[in-house]
Design a protein around this ligand. Sequence first.
Ligand code: AMP
Length: 218
Amino acid sequence: MRIILLGPPGAGKGTQAARLVEKYGLPYISTGDILRAARNSDTELGRKAKEYMDRGELVPDEVVIGLVRERLSRLRQRGSFILDGFPRTVAQAKALDEILAELGMALDRVIDLEVDPPALVRRLSRRRTCRVCGAVYHLDYNPPQQPGVCDSCGGELYQRPDDQEATIQRRLQVYFEQTRPLEEYYERRRLLTRIDGEASIDEVELAIETVLGLKEQE
Ligand code: AMP
């Protein structure tokens, strides 16, 4: 199973990926998670990533492509992956095609989670993330059992700096300008499936499992 989760920030990619990882044990690559971990370290990559992430801009293609190339090479034996947040530009999608060809792997499906901008803003501004394991919550729709504490690992929940109102707008703009063209890119290759990301978390999960042939359609 080799899949990409596509969709704007706040569409539910991370939430759905976490469920698929837990249920099916698929190796998971989130460029956002990798970059956030780097951002907190005192390395050149960390400093560079921070500069872009805090403004809601994309980290340069060559940096992100290098990270993904390294991760995918390590996963070669497993032959499966979920990519979340990559690719985000056409240049990244082209690079991914090359990397996968080199590794003798092919994409099975690109799942596009569709959510309208007002709902995205509501989701992102009320989102809380675990500092330790990266699990995501929503203060109204998917709250943790104990305020401020991660259900999965007990870590501290915080608001990502880029989930603050001013940066959210820029991230959405960047998505529409740079990432949305990927829908057409994958549609032309007959790999794209659109799913209504405004349905409940369980409904979206079922829709994804059905598309991937993991659940029989009723
Ligand atoms: P995410 O957690 O996927 O929302 O990503 C958070 C931030 O990390 C983004 O706003 C970008 O600054 C950066 N980032 C994550 N993935 C990529 C990517 N594929 N290309 C460029 N920047 C990325």
